[in-house]
Design a protein around this ligand. Structure first.
Ligand code: PXP
Length: 236
């Protein structure tokens, strides 16, 4: 299973002071050297952490896979077409949220999403849709001709009841199988950490995990390379 390391939180620390350090670009280089498959970052409309400058430097520097998370707006599509990341992950975005809260509602935005996916495909950019592990969203993702779906694991990560956890794991597993059958690539992410990732790793259809907060949090104590190595070891 591949690991994409989300470096947004390095930029969040930088923006706490609005200076030049710590630089998320350095984090991406070190994560790459420690065995991460790729770098993930979210260029938000309000630029609260990752900035335009960061994504352009990342494109220059990241030799592995660059996955740009963004809202499906005209501004972002323009940037993606210019930047040419390896993958774009389309996410819902609200200004007032602390982090991406839910998955995309595909059917309600079908025509727009199909058009965005088409535009990105012309530039040879793979498109992933961040969705709840819900069969309705999987089918709609296939209909708009996405390449990948990223299954939202936030609910799984927040549950404490063992029974509800087992149900949610089943839901994620079934969604992954359904997506695979429809020819979609499958990744997962949100809220995954060193304790809860093992059960997700058992779902064979999931090819890639995108993890940020837990890795950057652990990096404060053990360094980013050690934090990435430990996660790579857990998920391989
Ligand atoms: N995947 C997507 C689509 C996200 O929006 C995020 C959060 O930026 C992540 C994965 C990573 O989540 P976390 O920081 O909780 O690991």
């Amino acid at each position: 299973m591949r690991l994409g390391v989300n470096i947004d939180h390095v930029a969040t620390v930088r923006e706490a002071r609005q200076i030049r350090e710590p630089d998320p670009i350095a984090a991406a280089v070190l994560a790459d050297l420690a065995g991460a498959h790729g770098t993930v970052c979210h260029l938000r409309e309000d630029r609260r952490h990752i900035k335009d400058r960061d994504v352009y430097f990342l494109r220059e520097i990241v030799n592995s896979h660059l996955n740009l998370e963004m809202a499906a707006t005209d501004e972002m599509v323009k940037i993606a077409i210019d930047l040419k990341p390896d993958m774009v992950t389309l996410v819902p975005e609200k200004r007032e949220e602390l982090t991406t809260e839910g998955g995309l509602e595909i059917a309600a935005n079908r025509d727009h999403l199909r058009e965005v996916i088409n535009q990105l495909r012309k530039q040879k950019i793979i498109t992933s849709l961040f969705i709840e592990p819900d069969i309705r969203q999987i089918k709609a993702s296939a209909r708009v001709k996405a390449d990948f779906v990223e299954l939202h694991t936030g609910r799984y990560a927040n549950l404490r009841s063992k029974i509800l956890l087992a149900d949610e794991l089943d839901r994620i597993g079934s969604a992954a199988v359904a997506a695979g059958k429809l020819g979609l690539g499958v990744s997962a992410g949100h809220g995954l950490n060193y304790h809860n990732v093992q059960e997700i790793v058992k779902i064979r259809e999931i090819e890639e995990l995108n993890i940020g907060h837990s890795i950057i949090g652990r990096a404060l104590f053990v360094g980013i390379q050690q934090a990435v190595r430990e996660m790579v070891e857990l998920i391989k």
